[in-house]
Design a protein around this ligand. Structure first.
Ligand code: AMP
Length: 138
């Protein structure tokens, strides 16, 4: 059964998009948040422990295409994710929230997403370079 058949809200599905496949459960992921419009799951190549991607279920490539109400819901969900992560892991003291919109900004997956990247005091020297790498055009 597809999400649409299940009464969920997939209206804009792109068969070649890996994040649409995650939304539609064709590809497995570690889902940490799921509501009618938004889903959040663990980044497969985390910049830090708990690095999560928050996405609209519908396929919008970048900020230019995002309807304002869905953008608002995505940001609200990102805030909930920060609260969930912090509740689960008291070593988290801060977050980077990051969106790359357009290939020249470093976007590698063409389905709008907000990176929620937990930060800890004394982060190893690896974390900042990994975040910087997200900004580099691929
Ligand atoms: P960006 O470069 O801003 O478009 O970020 C794309 C992010 O998606 C990267 O941090 C990747 O590690 C992550 N990513 C790619 N494929 C998957 C996947 N199948 N499951 C989870 N995260 C993924």
């Amino acid at each position: 059964m597809t999400c649409k058949e299940a009464g969920d809200c997939i209206e804009k599905y792109n068969a070649s998009c890996i994040f649409c496949k995650i939304v539609n459960k064709e590809l497995s992921s570690t889902i940490v948040y799921d509501d009618q419009r938004i889903i959040a799951f663990g980044d497969v190549n985390p910049a830090s422990k708990g690095h999560t991607l928050v996405i609209p279920k519908d396929h919008y490539v970048s900020i230019d295409e995002m309807p304002p109400d869905i953008l608002g819901k995505t940001i609200e969900a990102a805030k909930k994710v920060t609260e969930m992560l912090r509740a689960d892991d008291h070593t988290i003291v801060a977050f980077n929230l990051l969106n790359c919109s357009g290939a020249a900004s470093g976007q590698s997956v063409g389905h709008f997403h907000i990176h929620v990247i937990p930060r800890r005091n004394g982060d190893s020297g690896e974390v900042v370079p990994k975040i910087e790498a997200l900004l580099r055009p691929k």
